[in-house]
Structure formats: structure tokens, C-alpha cells
Ligand binder design. Sequence first.
Ligand code: BGC
Length: 342
Amino acid sequence: MGSVTRAVFGELPSGGGTVEKFRLQSDLLRVDIISWGCTITAIEVKDRQGRASDVVLGFADLEGYLQKQPYFGAVVGRVANRIAKGTFKVDGKEYCLALNKEPNSLHGGVRGFDKVLWTPRVLSNGVQFSRVSPDGEEGYPGELKVWVTYTLDGGELVVNYRAQASQATPVNLTNHSYFNLAGQGSPNIYDHEVTIEADTYLPVDETLIPTGEVAPVQGTAFDLRKPVELGKHLQDFHLNGFDHNFCLKGSKEKHFCARVRHAASGRVLEVYTTQPGVQFYTGNFLDGTLKGKSGAVYPKHSGFCLETQNWPDAVNQPHFPPVLLRPGEEYDHTTWFKFSVA
Ligand code: BGC
């Protein structure tokens, strides 16, 4: 049987409100989530010997999350990932967003969904967060009602995203947790074995915007259909890391996305999703300057993200999966993070 408990995590400056922490516990997992940005602050998983470690990067207190930091554990939106030059058209009307990652817009803008306080509701096996993103927030069209629900089911953390729009708007929601299955604070992820269920990926330009080509992975560094050991693989292909969208094979139904195994501890993370893509990001921009939980520092490649989502810049690339949500429709996506030992 699982349990859910709630506690105060911290106070936002200038009377901005109280951030609460929700602890979801099953016999296999313990997950902490705060109402600031629907942020996962800890996931405790046992290894083969039954020793529990926290496998996500993060901070000990609210100040850590409020500083400039790369979306540790947060839900990102209204549109996760990059929009080229921060502009797009909906039904002929042009919209301009802040260029918070020059020359593009990244992860919803200057104050995206990761930098707001959500309204929590405790469930029997989880917690649901909701908020209304006002019309024009960060330059996006229309009001958007959003619900993000985290539930625990044994060794599985299930994240459901729902949204309803008052006007046609692009929507792309994901969670930006950085995992290290050796335990957060371990220096790198080179000994992790990675599999991603994708026959194609999106090559990008120097600003990380997809070129538009949907390229076969066959014969390239992006062929992760059979497990590769990450450190050796990066070396073999002289790669600085991954920061790419992999095009998943499945439809809108639940499908397998990725599997990561850490042989030494036996910990395995399997990801399933209803989304058409996953941004595999190997923490290339981490630089060891942030002070994390339990005295951890986070150097380059000390965590990986599997951001299940629509394809980057889909709003400007008509042959990518549709990203517009129209009034009367419902955005409804789910991702399953399944932990086990092998
Ligand atoms: C992006 C990276 C970015 C990181 C943190 C990832 O989703 O793909 O390019 O640096 O988020 O901002």
C-alpha cells in the first residue's frame, strides 16, 4: 500500500506564497514533489542489495530551486524545448515570444510553468497540480487550464498532463528530471547502458533547432536501438553528448520509449509514453557550479534527461506531429517511469 504526506517546503519571497512538498511512497519507491513548478525533488530507489539512493539531481531547499538553474525536476511548458526565433503563426496571426536562449525561445519562456506556484490536491496514491495560464502569458495565445498528476503504482511513477485551451495554442508539456542511477552526486553517467526505441531522429542546426530532416539512425551515433554503454559510445563517435529528439515508433497509445540500466547497482529505468518523441539530453551544459543535495556538485554529464514530448519547433514545421490545441479539444498525455533492479 502507498501513502502520501504533505509538508511545508519553503516560503516564496515577497509574500509569493507557501511551497509545499508531497511525499509519495510505495514499497519500491519514494518520490518527493513540490508545488513550485510541479518539481520532482527526490526519487529514492533501492539497488540490488536493497540499499536506497536518490537518483535525481536537485537541491536541498527552495532557494536552490529559485536560483538560475537548468530546470531540475520541473514540469516545463507551455511549450517545452525550442521554438525557432521565438516566433510562430496560428491561423495567420504571428506571435513573438521572449528569446530566453538566443536566438530561440526555450521551455516556455522567461517565466515558464517551472517558475510558478501550482495548486495541489492530494489523491489516494499521488498528487495533482493545477493552474490557469492566463491569455498572453509569455506571449502565448489564449488561456490554458492545466493539470499535472503524479501517481505511484509499485515501482512506477506515472505522470499525466491534461490541458484545455480557450484559443488555439501550441502545447507541449514534459518533466525535466535529471537522473543518475548510480545515485545523484555520482560524477557521471558513463557507465549507464542506454536503449532508445527510435528508428529516426531530428538533426539540428548550431542553435539546436531541427533542420527539418527526419533522419534514419541506422549506421549513426543515434542508433540506440540496442543497448550502448554511454561513455564508450560518446568516445567512439567523438560526441560531446546528446541533446536531440528521437522520433518514437508508437502512436498515441502507451508505447516503449527508453531503457537505462546501471549495471553496478542493478537499477533500471524504463520509460513508456503516449508522446511522439523524447529529447535525450546528457547534461552537456552542467558545469559543476551548482550546489546540490548532500553536498553534491553536478559536472558535465552527471545526469541524463528523457524528456518525453512532441518534436521541437513543431509549431513551425508542418510535417512534424501536430502541436496545436484548439478550444473543445483536450491535451492528454502520460509518461510512465518504471524502476526495477536487474
Ligand atoms: C535542452 C537543452 C538545455 C536543457 C536545460 C534541455 O531540454 O534540450 O539544450 O540546455 O534543457 O535548459
